[in-house]
Design a protein around this ligand. Structure first.
Ligand code: ACO
Length: 427
């Protein structure tokens, strides 16, 4: 990082010199650290102009629609790599050699089972609970089951926790589904790939051998890759903030899952399908576009817009391609896809969406693929959480391995000034 200077001039105060860092890629960053003790804070609600940390994991250029993990483009990773290789890359910074990959995959496979007692934990939930509610609870509870690896200062503990989380998330996610539909939990099968095993635990039963379609397993793996990491988004920032207090990693990931749940973030893929159901037919699109543009109407086009991408989300382009491939190979003629494509076409040619640079995001297409695979809508965000776990843990680990402070933002206070307390009978 090279260093430049910015001078902050505030009326009636001495000038303050601030360092300006030039990153390896992207825009310069002004270090406002010297403001500490100067009786001045910066004000940036929603963190739209704030770099909350230094990171070497993921780079996004939202203007041109570029996403790189450790320098490799998402398009190359999605077409030439697989999810576990991407996990290794995110965690370790480099692609694995053939031997490293073999060892990593076999270690993950050896951690896919969950503690047998965890199934009793599931039984405390209502059968109709949302799977994300179950997922938040179960992942938070992991620290009670795997307490032997929660010393965050110990790199070996951090590594074993990362492996456990990546390995067990598909098992936990599939158990959420099996519990909801009242079928027996399926044990993982270590002869299968990561995505095949997930489909086996989702759709297999003890009554017969699972038959897993390679096309669906490939599509699933691609969904995992495309959701693996996305720099300092709401859930990743939540994991970092929770982790900055020294909380154990399972608790931090549970916090990330909670932040992901909202419809403005990971819950959007579920919201897209619900929206397509609500629109119902191509003939209603104009009406819904008008609702999305009406400031008095809270309706938004789910799956459109992104805080960072002001161009096509590169993950959406890959997902769009995948979506067509999957539906073609499966011979599915989904009217929802037709509706989605028409909606995309109309929205993209509408001046409102063009001017505000609102493009379809990754969630717009992932829902269509997941429903073609037979995954119920309520499980979509759970699958996002499963995929994003590696990103969360990579960021948490990056933070803990370097000097860090507890995250503690300040505020622009606009409440009452100091006043005297009046007893209730005198108010
Ligand atoms: N439909 C209609 N109008 C929209 C939409 C949308 N989906 N998204 C943004 N806008 C409008 C806003 O009303 C606002 O208009 P204004 O300037 O006239 O007030 C303008 O575009 C800017 O929108 P903001 O909400 O300020 O943008 P922000 O960066 O804060 O929000 C967000 C981004 C939350 C993703 C938003 O676009 C949204 O809610 N989209 C729908 C939900 C969604 O798809 N989320 C998934 C995000 S991707 C992910 O998590 C993987």
């Amino acid at each position: 990082m090279t260093e430049k200077k910015a001078i902050l001039k505030v009326d009636g105060r001495e000038d303050i010199a601030l360092s300006v860092y030039s990153p390896s890629l992207g825009q310069d960053v002004v270090d406002v650290g010297p403001l500490t003790g100067s009786q001045l804070f910066t004000f940036d609600p929603g963190f739209t102009s704030t770099a909350s940390c230094e990171s070497k994991i993921t780079y996004i250029d939202g203007e041109v629609g570029k996403l790189l993990h450790r320098g490799y483009s998402i398009e190359e990773l999605a077409s030439q790599s697989d999810y576990l290789e991407v996990c290794f890359l995110l965690l370790h910074g480099e692609l694995p050699s053939a031997e490293e990959k073999e060892l990593f995959v076999s270690t993950i496979k050896n951690h896919t089972m969950v503690h047998e007692q965890l199934q009793f934990f599931y039984r405390g939930f209502r059968r109709d609970a949302h799977p994300m509610a179950v997922m938040c609870g179960v992942v938070g509870a992991l620290s009670a089951f795997y307490h032997d690896s929660t010393d965050i200062k110990n790199p070996k503990h951090r590594e074993i926790t990362a492996m456990r989380l990546i390995a067990k998330m598909p098992t936990i996610a599939a158990m959420c589904y099996k519990y909801a539909v009242g079928q027996p939990f399926m044990y993982p099968r270590n002869d299968l790939s990561y995505s095949e095993n997930f489909l086996h635990m989702m759709f297999g039963t003890p009554c017969e051998e699972s038959k897993i379609s390679p096309t669906l397993a490939k599509a699933m793996d691609r969904i995992f890759i495309l959701h693996a990491d996305h720099e300092q988004n709401a859930s990743t920032s939540t994991v970092r903030l929770a982790g900055s207090s020294g909380a154990n990693p399972f608790a931090c990931i549970a916090a990330g899952i909670s932040a992901l749940w909202g419809p403005a973030h990971g819950g959007a893929n579920e919201a897209v399908l619900n929206m397509l159901d609500e629109i119902g037919d191509v003939s209603n699109i104009e009406k819904y576009i008008a609702k999305a543009k009406d400031k008095q109407d809270p309706f938004k086009l789910m799956g459109f817009g992104h805080r960072v991408y002001k161009n096509y989300d590169p993950r959406a382009s890959v997902m769009r391609e995948s979506c067509h491939e999957v539906l073609k190979e499966l011979g599915v003629n989904d009217p929802k896809l037709e509706l989605a494509l028409k909606l995309e076409e109309i929205a993209l040619s509408d001046p409102y969406f063009k001017e505000k640079k609102l493009f379809p995001n990754v969630d717009f297409y992932s829902g269509i693929i997941l429903s073609a695979i037979g995954i119920p809508t309520s499980m979509f965000t759970v699958i996002f959480a499963l995929s994003r776990t590696v990103g969360w843990i990579a960021h948490w680990n990056e933070m803990i391995s370097n000097p860090y402070k507890i995250g503690r933002p300040r505020q622009l206070y606009t409440g009452a000034t100091e006043r005297s307390f009046i007893p209730a009978d005198k108010r």
